[in-house]
Design a protein around this ligand. Structure first.
Ligand SMILES: C[S@@+](CC[C@H](N)C(=O)[O-])C[C@H]1O[C@@H](n2cnc3c(N)ncnc32)[C@H](O)[C@@H]1O
Length: 275
């Protein structure tokens, strides 16, 4: 897979891709990441990439032509003929569709992704119309530029590439994971190290020491009862989701047992609020 990142600050990414999973994935040849300086695609003495907005108003807007030329230099298929299952040109934008784990999975199946980083008030809308397949936002807040968003997308996608993580289960069974654990874990089997989420959040993790100044790890995790551990993990994952992201429960794959646990947790939460 190959990423091309277009930015007026290409050096921003220099250290970002030099750590951990991203570094290993690049070294193993799973992904190639190239950065491109937008100013290299200007023709004037001042290397101008921005201009005042039509209609007036605050700030400056990134011009179409340098971005158009930068994308043309990448030898990517023209928008009209582009195969959406192989290539995608994406504009980072606060006005975009939300970037989610589902979108990360979609992008991880492509051969090439071009990420265009905006700055100032944004980019000329014709960048979107002529060049881009989609606009993505990394959250409901406004950043100064698209670089952090591009870095977030690269990170989330690369860790999904086959071979990027030490264990393939790590990206299948984590927060927002779509895998239903019931189909792969049998009662009495040891729980997997990272345990299925089915669209909800991950459960809490602990490691040694078991007792830190009186703050102890739950007993159940220190015993060897695999089914009890599995149940505890599912219950705490449901509790975290109920408390922090109840919206996820609407679309989550929930078993009858999950629903029973949820009813009890909802009742307990209601009782606690009354106190
Ligand atoms: C200051 S922002 C422009 C904000 C724009 N005027 C608006 O109100 O939506 C400059 C650039 O940062 C990037 N950006 C800002 N917020 C973002 C977000 N939540 N997700 C992705 N990119 C974002 C985009 O590339 C955008 O063109």
């Amino acid at each position: 897979m190959r990423f091309d990142l277009i930015s007026i600050f290409p050096d921003f990414f220099a250290s970002f891709f030099e750590y951990g999973i991203l570094k290993r994935a690049r070294a193993a040849g799973l992904v190639e990441i190239a950065t491109h300086d937008l100013r290299a695609f200007t023709n004037d003495r001042h290397r101008t990439v921005d201009d005042r907005p039509f209609g007036g108003g605050e700030g400056m807007v990134l011009k179409l032509k340098p971005i158009y030329d930068a994308v043309a230099s990448l030898n990517i298929t023209h928008k009209r003929e582009r195969d959406p299952l192989r290539e995608s040109v994406i504009l980072l934008s606060a006005q975009g569709h939300p970037f989610t784990q589902k979108v990360a999975h979609e992008l991880a199946g492509l051969d090439r992704v071009v990420l265009i980083c905006g700055r100032y008030e944004g980019v000329d809308e014709r960048v979107n119309e002529l060049l881009c397949d989609r606009e993505l936002s990394i959250g409901d807040y406004v950043l100064s530029g698209g670089e952090l968003g591009a870095a977030v997308i690269v990170d989330a996608v690369v860790r999904l590439l086959p071979g990027a993580l030490g264990h393939p289960d790590s990206s299948r069974f984590e927060s927002f994971g779509v895998q239903d654990t019931d189909e792969i874990e049998l009662p009495g089997d040891p729980p997997r190290t990272t345990h299925g989420a089915g669209g909800i959040l991950d459960y809490p993790h602990y490691t040694r020491p078991a007792d830190f100044e009186g703050h102890v790890v739950p007993d159940v995790l220190q015993g060897g009862n695999h089914d009890a551990i599995r149940l505890w993990r599912r219950e705490t994952a449901l509790r975290k989701t109920l408390e922090n992201r109840p919206d996820l429960l609407e679309k989550a794959e929930l078993s009858k047992q999950d629903q029973k646990i949820l009813e009890r947790l909802q009742y307990e939460l209601g009782e606690n609020r009354k106190e």
